[in-house]
Design a protein around this ligand. Sequence first.
Ligand SMILES: [Ca+2]
Ligand SMILES: [Ca+2]
Ligand SMILES: [Ca+2]
Length: 588
Amino acid sequence: MIVAATLALAAAAAQPNYRARLPEDEVIYFLLPDRFENGDPSNDRGALSGDRLATGFDPAHKGFYHGGDLKGVIRRLDYIQGLGATAVWVAPVFQNKAVQGPPGQESAGYHGYWITDFTRVDPHFGTNGEFKTMVDAVHARGMKFYMDIVVNHTADVIQLAECKSGIDCPYRSIADYPYQRRGGIAGAPINPGFDGSNFSMLKDPNYAYTVTVPPAEKDIKRPAWLNDPIYYHNRGNSTFRGESSTTGDFVGLDDVFTENPRVVAGMIDIYCRWITDYGVDGFRIDTAQHVNAEFWQKFVPAMLACARKKGIPHFHIFGEVATSDMDPAHTAVNTRLDKLPSVLDFPFLVAMVETVSGKNGTDELEKLFRADPLYEGGAPAALRLPTFLGNHDAGRFPMLIRHFLPKVDDSELLRRSMLGHAMLLTLRGVPTIYSGDEQGLVGKGGDQDSRQDLFASKVATYNEDRLLGTTSTTSEANFNPSHPLYREIAALARIRTSHRALTRGLQVIRYSQDKPGLFALSRFDPASGREMLLLFNTSTQTIEQNVRVETRSAHFVALAGNCPSAASAPGSVRVAVPPLGYAVCDAR
Ligand SMILES: [Ca+2]
Ligand SMILES: [Ca+2]
Ligand SMILES: [Ca+2]
């Protein structure tokens, strides 16, 4: 024990102080523990027995547990750090309802978003003690650990009697089903005096539907207050429009009544405890846009205060505000109104897919970045937005690129993926690598189809896929540090984290066009003012042209790709960028 502790201390001493780093200094690696590495086969069934409908375990089915766990994460920290990641974001680890869904449509909580017990780690993934070991091991390497948390909903436990199933249950609005009537406007008076804010008057949850809880599940949620149906909206499924966006169930998942002060206090208590007990460095918040703004306005300051008390000055909070549109106004609103410190940059994903595939010109990226001042805190706040090329819901970058280039061959798809990663790792925002992208995984779609195992998979539809940059398939483990994407990401991540212009530097767009071609921009070291010129070519032709730079930028050193060695005249350089190529040019 003494030797191990000494080694950990030595490792910590060898690393720069991770607590001092700002959120924008990080490179994030995002993984689903079930799909990353199996470090302990004894926990694969989560201490349950029976078939897959009881244990949730079926490694051959893409919708069930495959066996990955926290010990697996610990085992592969060399691999993650070797990629150049400085922070790990792990999908929710909380105890889930193992299996849910109507007969014939069941799937498992392997993804972690169907929580029943918010205080403990799911036995499929390990124990709270192993969680501590994992976070400590991450910290011992000078890396940060970001938890994935859920406030909006719990597992699907509450059933609404008038519905066929949790997934087939239409939304019933406040106008048609007010809180003060049972089952509609003509129904008997209930909840007298409830005005939407005096929650002591809200006693009966049967305003829209008849609320039931299966007897076997009436105490399965923790903390125990979560078992009371009064703390849920109980109005049926969200249409993701209008009021139902925040008060509807996410496909049957019990939507928490986050307007209620008891719920606000309860959630603050739950998540402050994880910060206090484990010293995690940040939260990614699931389904953040489906919770009312007033909740976040109380929750966020409470979490930041809790973190400061624990000695974590730069605790990062970023919400999932999903959109499939290149619409930064949509995501910025949640930083303005909810006061979420940051949000996942979904518009960046859309712009990158549409630009790097050649569907749109490089001016789409100029449009995206032009909107950065919309975020609370302005353009500097945009430096902290986690940026990404795909994820476990939307699908992976090469699959999304192929959507616009159905006939693209694998070698060109690899080059476009490498160009996309070069942009991800040098543009503003916190680069977030979705586990498996660095091994050339593609996939057939989003959601379950994009959650391939990195350890040897038994899922036939995963294993029949061709990967990019390798002859391997997902039927073998893919932790290959010599994969071309892994090597490219590792090199660029190190360039990024050793140059402040690339982590903290604001951007000035130098050139974009209304068709595939050059995207040129500069970023500036906030201390020295030194310029970093970035050049990307989204076309399949070599581009040669003059690009404006600062007049003081007389010479350039290539950190990646080929750069002009000197300006042609003060304020101008002649650049040549190969097809689908890029360059990172450090001005002197
Ligand atoms: Ca396991
Ligand atoms: Ca439900
Ligand atoms: Ca909600």
